[in-house]
Design a protein around this ligand. Structure first.
Ligand SMILES: NC(=O)c1ccc[n+]([C@@H]2O[C@H](COP(=O)([O-])OP(=O)(O)OC[C@H]3O[C@@H](n4cnc5c(N)ncnc54)[C@H](O)[C@@H]3O)[C@@H](O)[C@H]2O)c1
Length: 339
């Protein structure tokens, strides 16, 4: 007998037909940092679903992130090494199976790389998302979740209120501009075609399996190797941190309870300056602060992000569970074991 571990209250169509098979999710970017945690969560939470993962395996994608999960769930996990920006190739993927929902994690995600190669970001983040939204509509996929970022809102001053879902978009970098473009294309598909599309915007994630170019894994890796820790400017830029597991539970709650056409912010009210983060890592590793080296600031470097996630907390029955201190120690242990 078919069992629904996940209930979709807004999705009448999914409850209607007994001819519907088990849920089949298309995850893009499932070998990356957040996507791999989400695939892991989905396979654990919905014991009967199928997951198809489309990932180009760029420098940021690692099949090893899912090795142990795939070994256990090989019968309901399918992998496609494909480029979401290639419409013809992606059409072939959609012809392979009937997907009930798409969760789009695939992206170029590093701000520094977007400054040196913006075209790649337009291709993957804008063209890739447009392809997926169009194919989802053509192939009658019931729900499309676009995983976005608080960086689309731009930068805050110290005294500003945190970002809400109605804060105007004001991206600063080619990365955040390409994510904002993708969000607007996805929302336009809802308004124009009535397509079931939801946007999630999350603050900075940390946790195991992140490619060591972003602040936390980079600083941990360099500190473990006894190398210099390069900090932009005076290290005063503020980021709002959330554990990747809390973000993934938020996306799952959006899939289950989110309202079509809406935007939901996710964050854990954990603002820290970059310098505070670096010092905390050095303290846990018992390394000297003399390893810190201040380097020329990144152009257009956003000063502060802070996110208000009251809407997700009130409407999606979601709240973050992990405290930063224990999450950071767990992350450090992961990178220590990886060496
Ligand atoms: N990391 C964060 O702090 C954070 C915060 C908020 C939102 N986000 C968003 O979450 C999503 C995932 O971020 P992440 O940190 O896991 O990124 P990541 O860079 O770790 O992973 C991206 C994945 O996408 C894949 N990919 C890249 N281009 C592709 C293409 N053209 N076709 C198919 N696959 C492709 C990569 O191989 C990789 O596996 C992104 O959309 C990002 O904007 C990230």
């Amino acid at each position: 007998m078919r069992q629904w571990r996940i209930v979709y209250p807004n999705w009448g169509i999914l409850h209607r037909g007994s001819n519907w098979g088990l849920m089949h999710y298309l995850i893009t970017g499932g070998c990356g940092f957040i996507g791999s945690h989400f695939v892991r969560l989905l396979l654990a939470e919905d014991a009967q679903c199928e997951v198809s993962n489309v990932d180009l395996l760029t420098y940021a994608g690692r099949e090893e992130n899912l090795e142990d999960v795939i070994a256990v769930h090989a019968d309901r996990y399918h992998f496609f090494k494909k480029d979401i920006a290639d419409g013809a190739v992606m059409r072939g993927v959609f012809e392979c199976g009937k997907f009930d929902a798409i969760i789009n994690f695939a992206a170029e995600s590093h701000v520094d790389r977007s400054i040196s190669d913006p075209d790649r970001f337009v291709q993957t983040n804008v063209v890739g998302t447009a392809n997926l939204v169009g194919l989802a509509r053509e192939f009658n996929v019931a729900r499309f979740i676009q995983v976005s970022t608080d960086e689309v809102y731009g930068s805050l001053q110290a005294e500003d209120e945190s970002f809400t879902e109605t804060t105007p978009l004001s991206p600063s970098s080619p990365y955040s501009a390409s994510k904002a473009g993708a969000d607007l294309l996805a929302l336009a598909a809802h308004r124009t075609f009535g397509q079931d599309v939801i946007i999630t915007r999350c603050s900075n994630n940390y946790g195991p399996c992140q490619f060591p170019e972003k602040l936390i894994p980079l600083m941990i890796s360099r500190a473990l190797a006894g190398e210099e820790l390069p900090v932009y400017g005076d290290g005063g830029n503020v980021r709002d941190w959330i554990h990747v597991g809390d973000h993934c539970r938020g996306i799952l709650a959006t899939l289950e309870n989110g309202k079509s056409g809406e935007v939901y912010n996710f964050g854990a009210d954990c603002e820290r300056t970059n310098l505070e983060i670096v010092r905390e890592i050095l303290k846990i590793l018992d390394k000297p602060e003399s390893l810190i080296s201040f380097v020329k600031d990144r152009p257009g470097h956003d000063w502060r992000y802070a996110i208000n996630s009251a809407k997700a907390r009130n409407e999606l029955d979601w709240s973050p569970k992990r405290d930063f201190g224990s999450g950071l120690r767990e992350t450090i242990e992961y990178y220590r074991a990886e060496r």
